[in-house]
Design a protein around this ligand. Structure first.
Ligand code: NZQ
Ligand code: ZN
Length: 386
C-alpha cells in the first residue's frame, strides 16, 4: 500500500427531518450566502423550510440563485461579488453537485484577490475559503463530502476540476427524502456517476489494497441493486438512502487511500461536457464500457473479472472470458436496466470535429492513469463511443 493522508472533516447529519441542524451555521457568523440552482428547491418546498430555520436562527440571508448544471464561472463570479460587497461569513449550498461545486469556488473566491477562474485552473492558489455548508438534493457527485469542484467556461469550451482541503464542507445534511423528486434521467445519471468514481479508484495495480477494493465492490453492488429500485419507486427510502451514502463514500478519499491512480474516464467526459454541455453521468455511462473494452488485456483482465464476479454475478473461471462477460453485463445494466443513452449520438453529439482537440486536453489530464492513454487512444475511444 502507498503512503497517504486521510482527512474527512465534514460533519454529516443523515436521515429524515435533519433540516433543524442548519441552526449550526451560527457557529460561523451571521451572514449567509444561500446558493441554489434553477428552482427545484422552490418547487419541492425545501427553500421555504430551510429559510424558516435560517431566519429563526437569526441569520441574515443573501442569495445566489440559478446555478446551471455544469456550473459556469460567470455564476461563480456573481456569487463572489455578493460575498465581497456584503462581507458574507459563510456559504450554504442547497442542491445537487453543480450547486455545491459553485458554492465551493464562490467560498474560495470570496477570500481571493484575483479572478476566480485562476482558482479553477490552478488549484494550489486556493489557500483559504469561507466555511461551506450543504443540503444535498441529488445523489451523484459526492461534492457534499469531498474537496473537489468542477467549473465550466463554456464560452471557451473549458471544464476543469479543482480541489482543496479547505473546500471540504464543514457540515452537510443528507436527507434521502429530499431526493424523492429527482427525475429518472438524473437518478440514472447519478448512479452512473457514483459507479464511475468507484471504478476510477478501484482500477489500480497497487498490491495490498484489498480493504479498499472490497469497499468499492460493496458500493458497486449497492448501486446495481438500488439504482433500478429508485427508478421504479422514487420514494423507496432504503434505495434513496443507500445511493446517497454510496455517492458520498465513492469519492471522499476512502477508496483510493493507499492505492491512488490518476482518473481517466472523468477527464474524457469533462471534454464532452465542455464542448457539448451534456449531463456528466450520461457521458460517463457511455464512455466507461468502451474504455474497459479498450484497455482489456492479460494485465487488466483479472481486475475486470473480479468486478464481474463480485458485483455482476459472473461465474466464468477464465479471467479474460469473465472480464468480457463483466463488460457486457455493465452495458446491459447502464443501457437497458437504467435506460441511459448508449452512445454519443444519443446525447446529441452528431459530429466528430472536436475529437482531436478534446482528446489532447483529456490526455494531459489523465497522466498516471491505470492504463496510460495517449491522445490517439482517446480519439479512438471517442470514435468507438460515437
Ligand atoms: O438546478 P435545479 O433546479 O436544482 O435542478 C437540478 C438540475 O436541473 C436537478 N435537481 C437536483 N436536485 C433535485 C433536482 N430535481 C428535482 N429534485 C431534486 N431533489 O437536477 C439537475 C442536475 O443537477 P446537478 O447538480 O447538475 O447534478 P449533479 O449532482 O449530477 O452534478 C453534476 C456536476 O457535478 C460535477 C459534474 O461535472 C457536473 O458539473 N462533478 C463534481 C464532482 C465533485 N465535486 O466531486 C465530481 C464529479 O465527478 C463531477 O465531475
Ligand atoms: Zn463524476
Amino acid at each position: 500500500m502507498q503512503n497517504f493522508m486521510y482527512y474527512v472533516p465534514t460533519k454529516i447529519h443523515f436521515g429524515t427531518d435533519q433540516l433543524g441542524y442548519l441552526s449550526e451555521l451560527k457557529e460561523s457568523g451571521s451572514k449567509v450566502l444561500l446558493v441554489y440552482g434553477g428552482g427545484s428547491i422552490k418547487r419541492s418546498g425545501l427553500y421555504d423550510a430551510a429559510m424558516k430555520v435560517l431566519v429563526e436562527a437569526g441569520l441574515e440571508i443573501f442569495e445566489c440563485a440559478g446555478v446551471e448544471p455544469n456550473p459556469r464561472i460567470q455564476t461563480v463570479r456573481r456569487g463572489v461579488e455578493i460575498c465581497k460587497e456584503n462581507k458574507i461569513d459563510m456559504v450554504l449550498a442547497i442542491g445537487g453537485g453543480s450547486t455545491i461545486d459553485c458554492a465551493k469556488v464562490i467560498a474560495a473566491g470570496a477570500v481571493y484577490e484575483g479572478n476566480a477562474w485562476d482558482l479553477v485552473i490552478n488549484p494550489p492558489l486556493i489557500k483559504a475559503a469561507l466555511p461551506i455548508y450543504s443540503v444535498l438534493t441529488l445523489s451523484a457527485t459526492g461534492s457534499e463530502m469531498d474537496a473537489f469542484a468542477v467549473i465550466s467556461d463554456l464560452t471557451k469550451n473549458e471544464k476543469w476540476g479543482t480541489a482543496s482541503d479547505c473546500m471540504k464542507p464543514k457540515m452537510s445534511i443528507l436527507d434521502p427524502t429530499l431526493t424523492y423528486t429527482v427525475s429518472k434521467k438524473q437518478t440514472a445519471a447519478g448512479t452512473a456517476d457514483m459507479m464511475s468514481h468507484t471504478f476510477e479508484n478501484y482500477f489500480n495495480f497497487v498490491e495490498g489494497s484489498e480493504m479498499q477494493a472490497g469497499f468499492a465492490e460493496s458500493i458497486l453492488r449497492c448501486a446495481v441493486k438500488y439504482g433500478p429500485i429508485a427508478l421504479e419507486d422514487p420514494t423507496n427510502y432504503d434505495a434513496r438512502a443507500s445511493l446517497m451514502w454510496c455517492a458520498s463514500f465513492a469519492i471522499n478519499g476512502t477508496l483510493n487511500a493507499g492505492c491512488a491512480a490518476a482518473w481517466c474516464v472523468h477527464p474524457m467526459e469533462h471534454e464532452l461536457s465542455a464542448f457539448y454541455d451534456i449531463t456528466h453521468g450520461e457521458g460517463l455511462a457511455i464512455l466507461t464500457p468502451v474504455w474497459m473494452e479498450y484497455i482489456l488485456s492479460e494485465k487488466t483482465a483479472p481486475r475486470i473479472a473480479q468486478f464481474g464476479r463480485n458485483v455482476m454475478n459472473v461465474t466464468e473461471k477464465d479471467d479474460m472470458a469473465a472480464a468480457k462477460e463483466a463488460i457486457a453485463a455493465l452495458k446491459t445494466f447502464f443501457f437497458e436496466t437504467m435506460g441511459l443513452p448508449a452512445n454519443l449520438r444519443a446525447v446529441g453529439i452528431v459530429e466528430k470535429d472536436n475529437f482531436e482537440v478534446m482528446a489532447q486536453k483529456a490526455a494531459n489530464g489523465c497522466v498516471g492513469s491505470y492504463v496510460p492513454l495517449s491522445k490517439e487512444d482517446i480519439v479512438e475511444i471517442f470514435n468507438r463511443a460515437f
